[in-house]
Design a protein around this ligand. Structure first.
Ligand code: FNR
Length: 391
């Protein structure tokens, strides 16, 4: 049955149904500095606010579904089937939210049929995540290390573990000015959070100055933890990532290559010409550049520049099923959520992430029918109009 009927049958849900409610519940459940790492953004957090506010400038046009047939939210992207066009965005250090971290998220995504994009900086290795949910579908977010052997090792491991696409993080080669982190003094990587993919890599330990990989990764000495944190800091990303580099990446892998963090239409054009397989319009949830344009405002120009050559994904500010619909109507093929799944994880582990995904799927599917559609593919700009003139 539907999630709605299950919730009513159970007499309610332990989990909140609004984005604000989830955020507040996560705040209640987490140490303040962990919550701030997840919730925070760059500078005055104007970009974070703009990302969410942008959705309220689009209105959906309500229609009646003439034949009463239920809508189907499923689709396929780059060969990956999904029950709903809502993916878990790559978000590192999920163990701040819950000890089961990315494994719990993997199981939730598998249950719902949603795609998980695994961050490069997870608390457990990409192999452990794949083992936690062997029938799940997932892609791997690649932070291009400043060491070719390590880069190739991570890519080979992702391919071997069945990851279906490589998502290149294009927007994190410079640190954002994150005021909450500065205020709390808490930076997770200094405490060796998020190094699961690195400490499980032989090449990483060579770079750290150790001849071989430690035998027991669950029981590293403090000397090893310190060496790992400083090595990661040194090799985390190449200082420059250029469209030409994508040809190199192409020669290393058969996985489709997706670039995350595209906001300018000219960049989208260049990336299409460089032969990428898909791109993600995103401003990293407002965590990098303060005073930025809402990511949603970047979507229509990028969609126009891409002109159907490759799929366009979107993230930054998606909070409801109708937000998903607006993004798809404006030309996205799927969206990703960041903070909402981390809040679900903080509030209820696997069950909390499942709750977030099921709620979004059902609200989206209902909205799809109420705007007169049976499938995502028929959504278009005819379904929305600007309710306040764009600034
Ligand atoms: C992120 N994001 C991110 N992106 C990425 O490519 N690699 C990463 O490791 C991380 N890490 C990360 C940690 C945390 C705590 C957050 C909140 C976000 C960005 C993420 O993929 C996505 O772009 C945004 O989270 C989307 O915005 P919303 O949904 O959080 O508004």
């Amino acid at each position: 049955g539907s999630y709605q009927s299950q919730v009513f049958a159970a007499g309610g849900s332990p989990f909140p149904f609004t984005a604000k409610g989830l955020e507040e519940a996560a705040l209640d459940n987490l140490p303040r500095e962990y919550f701030d790492y997840i919730a925070g953004g760059a500078g005055s957090e104007r970009t974070v606010a703009a990302n969410e506010a942008a959705f309220s400038r689009w209105g959906l046009i309500y229609r009646v579904l003439r034949d009463g047939v239920a809508a189907d939210a499923s689709s396929t992207l780059l060969g990956t089937p999904m029950s709903v066009p809502v993916m878990l965005a790559p978000a590192g250090v999920a163990d701040l939210a819950h000890p089961e971290a990315e494994r719990a998220a993997a199981r939730a995504a598998e249950r719902v049929g949603a795609v998980q994009v695994l961050s490069a900086v997870t608390s457990v290795s990409l192999e452990e995540v794949a083992q936690a949910a062997p029938r799940g579908r997932r892609w791997f977010q690649f932070a291009w290390p400043d060491d070719e052997k390590l880069a190739r090792s991570l890519i080979e491991r992702a391919e071997a573990a069945g990851y279906g696409a490589l998502v290149v993080m294009g927007d994190c080669y410079v640190a954002g000015w994150r005021t909450r982190e500065l205020s709390s003094g808490f930076f997770p990587f200094r405490h060796a959070h998020g190094l699961g993919n690195y400490v499980s890599d032989r090449r990483f330990w060579e770079l750290a100055g150790f001849g071989s990989m430690p035998e027991d990764l669950d029981d590293l000495t403090s000397e090893m933890v310190a060496a790992a944190a400083s090595t990661w800091n040194r090799v985390f990303t190449k200082p420059a990532l250029l469209p030409e580099d994508l040809a190199v990446l192409r020669s290393w892998t058969r996985m489709p290559i997706v670039v995350k963090g595209v906001c300018h239409p000219d960049e989208a054009t260049r990336l299409c010409e460089a032969g990428i397989d898909a791109l993600i319009v995103s401003n990293h949830g407002g965590r990098q550049l303060d005073g930025g344009v809402a990511a949603l405002d970047c979507l229509p120009p990028v969609v126009a520049a891409v002109a159907g050559r490759v799929p366009v994904l979107f993230d930054s500010g998606v909070r409801t099923g109708t937000d998903v619909l607006i993004a798809l109507a404006l030309g996205a093929d799927a969206v990703m959520i960041g903070r909402p799944w981390l809040y679900g994880l903080a509030v209820g582990g696997q069950a909390g992430v499942e709750h977030v995904l099921r709620s979004l799927r059902e609200e989206f599917t209902s909205a799809l029918a109420l705007t007169g559609h049976r499938r995502c593919s028929s959504l278009s700009t005819d379904d929305v109009f600007p309710v306040v003139p764009p600034h």
